[in-house]
Design a protein around this ligand. Structure first.
Ligand code: BGC
Length: 390
C-alpha cells in the first residue's frame, strides 16, 4: 500500500481540493499496484531559493529525493518541474527533463518546460466557447487561438506550496484563480500534488473545485529526453501508446472533431516504434507529432497504462499511467536550438512530451468527453510517470 502522507499543520487554509487530496490518495493506494511500495526514511523534501520575481518575491525550489537517490525539483512559480534525476541501467543519475538554469528564462518559457498548464491545456479555437448558453472569450496567444490557458496561464502564477510528507516525499501546490481570470468563469481552486516514491514513480495528483460552471483541462508539460536533457534528439526512443484513435487537426492544430483510426498510419504506436521511423510522414508545419491520442480506455475514467518509452543507450524506461481520456504526444517540433540547462542547446525533436489531458478544444466539440466542472463537483485526476531500466 502507498502509505498516506501525514497531514501536518497547514500554513494555508485547507481548501476543498486540498481536503480531497486525502481521499484521492486513499483511492490511489487501492488503484495503483504498479507504483506501490513502502516509503522509507531515506526519502525527503528540501527547499532552496531558485530566484526572485521582478517585484522581489522569492521563488522556492522543492527537491523531493527518494531512498534510491532519484529526485525531482519543482518550483512554486508555475508549479513547474525543473529537474528530474533518474538512474540509467548502470545506476548513473541524469536529469531527464529539459529546462533552464534561471528563473528569468522560466518567466518567458515559451515551450512551457515542466509547467503545470491550466486552466485549459492545449488550444481553444479562436479563444471562444459557449457554456450554458453564454459565450466566453479568452486571450488569443497562438495564431488565432488560445493556447494553454491564455497569456497568463497557470504556468505563470505563483502557487502556494505545502510540504505534505517527507516519507514519501510529497509537496502540494495550491492556486486560487479568480472568476474571470483569462476570461474563464468561476473562482477555480486547484491543488497539484507531486509525490516521488521509492519505486522511482513521480505521481501527480490534481484536485479542483469551482463556484460557477467552468471548463478545465490540467496537465504537466515536462519535456523528456531519457538519454539526458540536452543529449541530442529523441528520434531513436521507442514509443508505445495504448490508442487506436487520434483526433486529427487543421493547419492551426485545432481538432477537426473527427476521431480517426490510426491503424497503419504514421501515428500508429500500438507496438514499440522509434519516434523517427515515420515522423517525416506526419505532415504538419513544423513536421512532427503534436497530436492528441484517444486512450484505449477513454470511455471510462479508469486509471491505466497510457504509454511507454524506452531509450536503448541509457536503458531508461518510462511508463505513463493516467485516468485522463487523452494524451498529447508532442515531439518538441517547435524547438530550434533554444539554450537550456548548463548552456546545452535543445534541438528540434530534442524531447518528447506525453501530456495527459482531455482532448484539445473539447468545449467546442460535443462528441468529446466533457471538460465542464460545476459547483459542488470536485475534479480529481492522477498521472504517474514511472521510471525503470532495461
Ligand atoms: C502543443 C504544441 C505546443 C507546445 C508548447 C503542446 O502541448 O500541442 O503545439 O507548441 O505545447 O506550447
Amino acid at each position: 500500500m502507498v502509505p498516506l502522507p501525514i497531514m501536518g499543520k497547514h500554513p494555508i487554509n485547507l481548501s476543498i481540493p486540498m481536503k480531497s487530496l486525502l481521499t484521492t490518495l486513499s483511492i490511489l493506494a487501492l488503484m495503483l499496484p504498479q507504483v506501490q511500495g513502502a516509503s522509507s526514511p531515506g526519502s525527503n523534501v528540501t527547499t532552496s531559493v531558485f530566484g526572485k520575481l521582478p517585484l522581489g518575491a522569492p521563488v522556492t525550489l522543492y527537491t523531493l529525493t527518494n531512498k534510491r537517490g532519484a529526485s525531482v525539483s519543482i518550483m512554486d512559480y508555475g508549479a513547474t518541474v525543473v529537474n528530474l534525476r533518474m538512474p540509467d541501467r548502470r545506476g548513473k543519475l541524469d536529469d531527464v527533463v529539459l529546462g533552464f538554469d534561471t528563473l528569468a528564462s522560466y518567466i518567458s518559457n515559451k515551450p512551457y518546460f515542466g509547467a503545470t498548464v491550466g486552466r485549459y491545456a492545449n488550444r481553444i479555437a479562436k479563444g471562444r466557447f459557449t457554456l450554458d448558453g453564454k459565450v466566453y472569450h479568452l486571450p488569443i496567444n497562438n495564431g488565432e487561438n488560445s493556447l494553454h490557458g491564455g497569456k497568463v496561464g497557470f504556468n505563470k502564477k505563483m502557487w502556494t506550496a505545502h510540504i505534505v510528507s517527507q516519507h514519501p516525499a510529497a509537496v502540494a501546490f495550491s492556486l486560487a484563480s479568480p472568476n474571470g481570470d483569462q476570461g474563464y468563469p468561476g473562482t477555480l481552486k486547484t491543488t497539484v500534488t507531486y509525490i516521488l516514491n521509492d519505486q522511482n514513480a513521480l505521481i501527480i495528483l490534481y484536485g479542483a473545485s469551482t463556484d460557477r460552471p467552468t471548463v478545465l483541462n490540467l496537465t504537466n508539460h515536462s519535456y523528456f529526453n531519457l538519454a539526458g536533457a540536452g543529449n541530442g534528439q529523441v528520434l531513436n526512443h521507442r514509443v508505445k501508446i495504448n490508442a487506436f484513435y487520434y483526433t486529427p487537426t487543421d493547419a492551426h492544430l485545432i481538432p477537426t472533431g473527427e476521431i480517426r483510426s490510426l491503424i497503419g498510419t504514421p501515428f500508429d504506436f500500438r507496438k514499440f516504434t522509434p519516434i523517427g521511423a515515420a515522423i517525416q510522414q506526419t505532415g504538419g508545419n513544423p513536421i512532427g507529432y503534436d497530436h492528441n491520442y484517444v486512450l484505449a480506455k477513454a470511455g471510462s475514467k479508469r486509471f491505466a497504462l497510457a504509454a511507454e518509452v524506452y531509450e536503448p543507450t541509457s536503458g531508461r524506461f518510462l511508463k505513463v499511467f493516467t485516468d485522463q481520456p487523452g494524451v498529447q504526444f508532442y515531439t518538441a517540433n517547435f524547438l530550434n536550438g533554444i539554450p537550456g540547462k548548463g548552456g546545452k542547446k535543445y534541438p528540434q525533436y530534442g524531447a518528447f512530451c506525453l501530456e495527459t489531458q482531455h482532448f484539445p478544444d473539447s468545449p467546442n466539440h460535443q462528441n468529446f468527453p466533457s471538460t465542464v466542472l460545476r459547483p459542488g463537483e470536485i475534479f480529481r485526476s492522477a498521472t504517474v510517470y514511472k521510471f525503470g531500466v532495461r
